[in-house]
Design a protein around this ligand. Sequence first.
Ligand code: RIB
Length: 297
Amino acid sequence: MTGRIVVVGSVNTDLVVFADRAPGPGETLVARDFALLPGGKGANQAVAASRCGAAVSLVGRVGRDAFGASARATLAAAGVDPVDLRDTDGVASGIASITVEASGENRILIVAGANGCVTPDDLPDFRDAGIVVLQLEIPIETVYAAIARAVSAGVPAILNPAPVLQLDFARLRGLAYLVPNRGELAALTGRSTARFDDVVAAARRLVRQGIGAVVVTLGADGAVLVREGRVAHVEAPVVMPIDTTGAGDAFIGCFAATLLHSGDEDVALAAAVRYASDTVTRRGAQASYLPRPSAQP
Ligand code: RIB
């Protein structure tokens, strides 16, 4: 495969509180630390793909504010082409309020802000795209329009259905890869995904609805790829998690970059599991993504 990775998605600033545990309703707790970090599923996936050696551009929107300017600078420093990242009047840049517990587990609330203003008119023609990558932190009509445009241009599209919502699978027909986590897969199919066999069965249902392959990220259990006639499971290395924020985004960015230069989804799956596992040993989303020189073409 050739061309660049075009990510169509969100740009956030993450307001991250590190605490022993998240407070319950009506409870006040003293936390350990706070950090303002670059985030947003779209931006994270773009940065991860760039760190894994791909040429990447990001289609999205930020407000004309300090968070927007800072996100723009961070993306440029990470080698992501901001040619299709628009400044938007009258709306704040997107933010995420995140609590990270001592276990490394995270809870995230997002305020879409400018991400909610990304329209189908913002989409480029994908002429030089090798892969298009999408998530659900921008309006769903824009996501469907991008998938339709990628499919008609013959460009493989990858959709990360997060934050999860009910999807019209007729409008996902031709999608090359759907990449949910276990909870998102359960929400999309209305099926239990508690056991590994349940995960495979639920993924098969989506493949039967016209998705090329479903790749389910399983955290400490690695990831599994399901397509018609085959199942491939890659175990994750054992690591000590500090912060799991953005690990799924690291997986997708690395998967896309490795798929683009190798053309081999099994190689991409193994690389993505290793890359995402490493990121949970450091704080932050983009802040935890190291360059992966071995992914260079
Ligand atoms: O997937 C992690 C990301 O989700 C965070 O960076 C946050 O901004 C939200 O978009």
